[in-house]
Design a protein around this ligand. Structure first.
Ligand SMILES: Cc1cc2nc3c(=O)[nH]c(=O)nc-3n(C[C@H](O)[C@H](O)[C@H](O)COP(=O)(O)O)c2cc1C
Length: 173
């Protein structure tokens, strides 16, 4: 796990290689093993591999979602918000578990933020995604994780990148 954390970087450029079915199944299992508050599991995960849909998802935001167009897989992380008041926390944990599991399988990934982001001046990114994917009204979208085999990997963050000034002991002052 520590090696995965040390080497992990966001990957936004992918090769054309399809992700094997057994790896997709492992990603699905990892998502469903994520912890959630009170075990409510408010999430729904939509796996998308259809290139035309991926191209459309790439336009969800003006900046920061383009990479989805070149990913062989995108996972939309959404939740039934009526089930819990902490769906954002639950979905964030599931999303990072997805990313770390992808890393452990030799895949790369990047998070595209959808919640609270605009598509354009008239529409939110969430509403754009909702319309595109025919999502029911009680589902909220947190993010979309693009996953695939890395075209190239950014170097691991060196130890000097770590800001130990953000870590405190016993008290914050
Ligand atoms: C909550 C969250 C939202 C993010 N949103 C985006 C995004 O919309 N588009 C994008 O390209 N990267 C996004 N990222 C990836 C970050 O830009 C990236 O993790 C950060 O720059 C650090 O780089 P690293 O992941 O390579 O260490 C997001 C990451 C997080 C945790």
């Amino acid at each position: 796990m520590l090696e995965i954390l040390r080497n992990r970087r966001s990957v936004r450029q992918f090769t054309d290689q399809k992700i094997e079915t057994d790896k997709i199944e492992t990603l699905q299992e990892a998502l469903l093993r994520a912890p959630s508050s009170r075990g409510r599991n408010p999430w729904k995960f939509l796996f998308i591999t259809e290139p035309t849909t991926l191209q459309k998802l790439a336009t969800a935001k003006e900046h920061g979602s383009n990479f989805l167009g070149g990913a062989p897989l995108a996972v939309v992380v959404a939740a039934e918000v009526s089930l819990t008041d902490v769906w954002i926390e639950d979905c964030s944990i599931a999303a990072i578990i997805l990313q770390l599991t992808a890393e452990s399988l030799g895949l790369g990934s990047c998070w595209a933020q959808i919640r609270l982001r605009p598509h354009d001046i008239q529409q939110s990114a969430e509403s754009f995604v909702r319309e595109l994917l025919g999502m029911p009204g009680d589902l909220a979208v947190e993010c979309i994780v693009g996953i695939g085999y890395p075209q190239d990997r950014l170097p691991a963050h060196p130890a000097s990148y770590l800001d130990y000034g953000k870590i405190f002991q016993e008290r914050f002052s």
